[in-house]
Ligand binder design. Structure first.
Ligand code: MN
Length: 750
């Protein structure tokens, strides 16, 4: 049998495994259609082109994507590279597939030029414009992955370009979407072309150590398996070496040798449920010495990309450190496939919902949760599209122009250059002539037709355009080009408005009044005012309202002046009533503000208003604690617990006596204060779990939990948590103290 045909049959079987409802006929059609369309085309390695879309569909099936996505993967290069069209694909395979193919095609057209901010920004916006349906990105990532796998046939220049783009764009996107496995492969294949020497070095070194590695990993794996079996915990255990790029980053970024990399080895323990995760953790910590500060509970606090696992680093008898990741099967699936996994679960629930906004909403939440600056940037551009206050369209050259949503070709023309707008005589969208009031949609290609003899913009354009930029430029044009005309039209509008409000021109042009009036409307001469009204810089109504205000004020001033003069006369006669008359018109002297000022975090500092307050890290006070303040140099007041060792009288330097101030708690509405506890206990299995359970039943937010074994059979836990006040903290301390084997729970000091 034809090997390609064989591969296709295998693909079909793979899909049927996770999607028994597959419409095989439809898939066959797509395969034949693609095969036929690409007929005669060859890849760089000499194989028939169809092997590429087939491979992309295979990767998509690895991610267990849905039928439409697989079909779109098979067809993804047809519209771009063959005579196939959107309409034809849409007619044969439906609009959903055609839109996916179209989205992937557009993404392919975006050229990544350099790392420059602007380019990144454009690309992100672009991605978002196309990512209305997240499946577009997923298919594009599959496409890129296969291209990276077969990059050896490309020219060195192309290799570097694609590798850079993959490292800068696609791997981070895969990461953000939680697709760990794909991300690693994208990074490793890119590294191969970006730093062939470094990649080679790592591969060689890993190969040289392979035998030793395997032996070490097999021993550890066996130990863990045996112990878990003894404990009656059902678990799958396996070891692996970290992927090349992550080793690379550590070696070159932190200037380490491979021996110095802490967690070259990682073991995974996959279990059925969450309690088992903590049980396994207890066993691991019992078998091997935990490395301080390396325990991380991503089950309690999942990573922003939904990743969940317990991480700990321990040292084996051989003295080699290794990382252990403990997770459930569901967490494992999410970790490997990220959004694709999630999306698959959704598929089971409601097939109709796919690729719709709700899927996108999930991505938005996911991205919102990201906290690095980089991600914020990503999010910002994402939001722009999401709340649809912007559209992204293309120039015929493929440059992206971003406009407020509802924009028309007028906005587009002026965003390119005012000269383009001023000379515009027509506009095309996707090759067809459109009226000027056409609202542009994401992804359209817009072309402006200009003529040197164009008469210039019409006043109506100001109503048709959406962006301030276009409106200002149009105004600018009228201002400059049509001054005489503007003055005439402006004057007419102004005089008519004056008449409407019962004023005559002569009422404001008096020598005394005119300068005040012009000052109020901020123009030097009446002609300037008329011109502004003429070109639309100011409305006649607004000008007249302002002028009326000014006239009223002038009247008032005059009346007051008259009254004051009268009073002065009165006072000469009568000196008993000093607080009457003109003086009474003044605003009363401000009453001293008696409300205590305090910072918003619930602390009032005696004698200091509105000062910056922060809580000392050494003792982290919570409301209810007796507290004392210290005025730091330049950083506001630092608040300590009164019994903090750092505040003991012996620690207070005489020259700083004046810096110690009284502070007290006030109700501020803030409900969470971070503080820390130290717990000591007899070390035992399940201690970490019990602590975690106690904290969770107390419903406090835990920001950190670090348990480690001390040499003499003790375990020490540091707990970072947020509480409302001292009462809540006391109840947490009581709960923890009651746990089996706990000797002491105290607040951290010093
Ligand atoms: Mn492709």
């Amino acid at each position: 049998m034809d090997p390609i045909w064989e591969r296709y049959e295998a693909l079909k079987d793979k899909i049927k495994e996770y999607d028994p409802g597959l419409d095989a006929k439809r898939l066959d059609d797509a395969f034949f259609y693609a095969d036929n369309a690409h007929n005669g085309q060859l890849r760089k390695d000499g194989s028939p082109f169809i092997t590429h879309p087939l491979a992309v569909a295979e990767i998509a099936a690895d991610l267990e994507l849905d039928e439409d996505s697989i079909i779109a993967a098979l067809l993804h290069d047809t519209v771009e590279d063959t005579s196939a069209t959107y309409d034809e694909v849409s007619k044969r395979f439906g609009k959903s597939v055609a839109d996916l193919v179209d989205g992937v095609t557009k993404l392919t057209k975006v050229k990544y030029v350099s790392k420059e901010e602007e380019q990144m920004e454009n690309l992100r916006k672009m991605l978002m414009a196309m990512a209305k349906d997240i499946r577009v990105i997923l298919i594009k990532i599959c496409d890129r992955l296969h291209n990276m796998r077969t990059m050896q046939y490309q020219s060195p220049k192309k290799q570097r370009e694609k590798a850079l783009e993959t490292m800068e764009i696609y791997a981070p996107i895969a990461h953000r979407l939680g697709m760990q496995r794909v991300k690693w492969e994208l990074e490793d294949t890119s590294l191969q072309y970006l730093d062939p020497v470094g990649y080679e070095e790592i591969s060689k070194e890993l190969a040289a150590r392979a035998a030793a590695h395997e032996e070490f990993m097999a021993t550890i794996q066996k130990k863990i398996e045996e112990r878990l079996a003894e404990e009656g915990i059902k678990a799958t255990v396996y070891g692996r070496i970290k992927h090349a790029y992550s080793i690379y980053r550590k070696m070159y970024g932190q200037n380490k040798t491979m021996d110095e990399i802490f967690d070259l080895y990682a073991f995974r323990v996959i279990v059925d449920d969450i309690p088992s995760c903590y049980n396994v953790l207890g066993c691991i910590h019992d078998m091997f010495k935990p490395v301080l500060g390396r325990f991380k509970d991503y089950i309690g606090t999942p990573k922003p990309n939904m990743y969940q696992s317990l991480h700990t680093t321990v040292i084996g008898q051989e003295g080699l450190p290794f990382e252990v990741q403990i997770r459930t099967w569901e967490m494992h699936h999410t970790a490997e496939y990220g959004i694709a996994a999630h999306w698959k679960y959704k598929q089971g629930m409601a097939n109709k919902d796919l690729g719709s906004e709700s899927t996108f909403e999930w991505v938005r939440k996911l991205l919102e949760a990201q906290q690095t600056t980089d991600a914020e940037e990503f999010l910002r551009s994402m939001k722009v599209d999401l709340f649809s206050d912007e559209v992204f369209v293309f120039t015929p050259n493929g440059d992206i122009i971003n406009l407020p949503s509802g924009s028309t070709p007028i906005d587009f023309a002026y965003s390119i250059h005012s000269a383009v707008g001023n000379h515009m005589t027509g506009a095309k969208v996707n090759g067809r002539m459109v009226p000027f009031d056409t609202q542009l949609q994401n992804g359209q290609i817009v072309e402006v037709i200009t003529s040197k003899t164009a008469k210039g913009p019409s006043r109506d354009w100001m109503k048709l355009c959406k962006s301030n930029e276009a409106r200002n430029k149009i105004r600018q044009w009228f201002k400059k080009e049509r001054r005489e005309e503007n003055i005439a039209t402006g004057r007419a509008a102004f005089e008519s408005e004056l008449r409407h409000s019962g004023l005559s021109l002569s009422a404001i042009t008096g020598e005394e009044i005119l300068p005040h009036v012009l000052k109020k409307v901020r123009f030097g001469t009446l002609d300037e005012l008329y011109a502004a009204i003429g070109y639309g810089g100011m409305t006649a109504q607004k000008a007249v309202v302002r002028i009326k205000d000014e006239l009223a004020r002038l009247d008032r001033v005059q009346a007051e002046r008259a009254a004051a003069e009268k009073l002065a006369q009165d006072q000469q006669n009568e000196t008993i009533m000093p607080n009457r008359g003109a003086a009474a018109k003044q605003t009363p002297a401000p009453v001293p503000d008696k409300t205590p000022r305090h910072s918003s975090n619930g602390i009032m500092v005696e004698g200091l208003d509105n000062c910056l307050v922060k809580f000392a890290k050494c003792c982290s006070p919570v409301p209810g604690d007796p507290v004392v303040g210290f005025i730091t140099r330049g950083f506001g007041v630092s608040v300590h617990r009164a019994d903090c060792p750092n505040c003991a009288p012996s620690k207070r330097r005489p020259e700083e006596a004046g810096r110690w101030v009284k502070v007290s708690w006030v109700d501020s509405g803030q409900t969470a204060y971070q503080t820390a506890l130290d717990l000591s206990a007899k070390d035992r299995d399940g201690l970490t779990l019990d602590i975690a359970m106690a904290l969770s039943s107390a419903k406090v937010k835990v920001n950190g939990l670090n348990v480690h074994a001390a040499p003499d059979g003790y375990a020490l836990a540091s707990i970072l948590l947020e509480v409302r006040d001292q009462a809540e903290l006391t109840s947490v301390i009581n709960k923890l103290s009651q746990l089996q084997g706990v000797y002491q729970v105290k607040r951290t000091t010093g």
